[in-house]
Design a protein. Sequence first.
Length: 253
Amino acid sequence: MVQREMVEEIKGWIYEASEVIKAKLAMPLEVAEKENRSDLVTNVDQEIEAFFIKKIRDNYPNDQILGEEGLGDQVTDFKNRVWVIDPIDGTLNFIKQQENFCTMLAVYEDGVGQLGFIYEIMTDELLWGSKELGVYLNEKEIIEVPNKPLEEGLININTSIFLNNHFGMQELAMEALAVRMLGCAGIAFKEVVKGHHQAYVSYLQPWDYAPAKVIFECLGLSLQTLNGESLDLTKKVPIIGSTPIVAEKITVK
Ligand code: IPD
Ligand code: CA
Ligand code: CA
Ligand code: CA
C-alpha cells in the first residue's frame, strides 16, 4: 500500500481513538502503579493500546506490534514491518492535568522509520511524518526547522536528569535562555519541530521516541543517545533531540 493511503487510514484511527480518550476523561479513571509512584497506568492507556492493536491486526495481520502496555508482541527484532504504539504519552499529565498528553504511533520496515504520528489531543495538533511525503503539522507542511543554538532558545529536560545533573545537563542548560519540563516526550519533540525549543533530553523507551525518529530524520534534525548506544528501538536510552547546531556541542559519554 502506498504511504498516502496508510497515512489517511492511520489518521482516521488516531482521531477515532482521541474521541474515546476525550469521552473517558469525563469518567473516573482506574489508576495503577507500575514501577514507582510516578509511573502510572490507567484503564485508558490499556484500552487505547488494545484499540490500535485491533485495527492493525484486522488490516495488517502479518505485522509485529510493539506497545508500551505489553498487549502486542514480544518484539525482539525489527525485521519486516513493525508498528510501535504509545497509547497515552504523558500519563501523569493525563491523570493530573487532563492536558499535555498525546497519543503516538510509528511504522518501521526492516528497522527503517517510514511513518510517525504524534497527536496532542486536547489542542487538536497532529504532527506526522512520512519518509515519502514529508512532515506536516495538521495540514501545513514543515519544510525546515531553524537551526538555532541554545543561546537563543529553550531546552526541555527530564526532571530526574536535570536534578541529578546526569551527563552534565545542568551545564548545558546554563547555555539556554531557560529550562522547560513538560512531562510528555511526544509534545517535547513536537516543540523542537515547531522551533519553540531547541533541544529535548530524557531517558526514553522505543515507543517514546519511535515517531519522533521518523520525523527528525525527514527534517535533518538530530536525535542521538548521550551514552554512545545505538538507537535500535530495543532498549531504554538517554536521548537528546535537537537542532544540528546544538548536537555539535554534545559530548557522548
Ligand atoms: C513518559 C513521558 C515522560 C518521560 C518518560 C516517559 P508515558 O511516557 O513521555 O515525559 O519523561 O520517560 O516514560 O509513560 O507517560 O507514556
Ligand atoms: Ca507509561
Ligand atoms: Ca511515553
Ligand atoms: Ca504511555
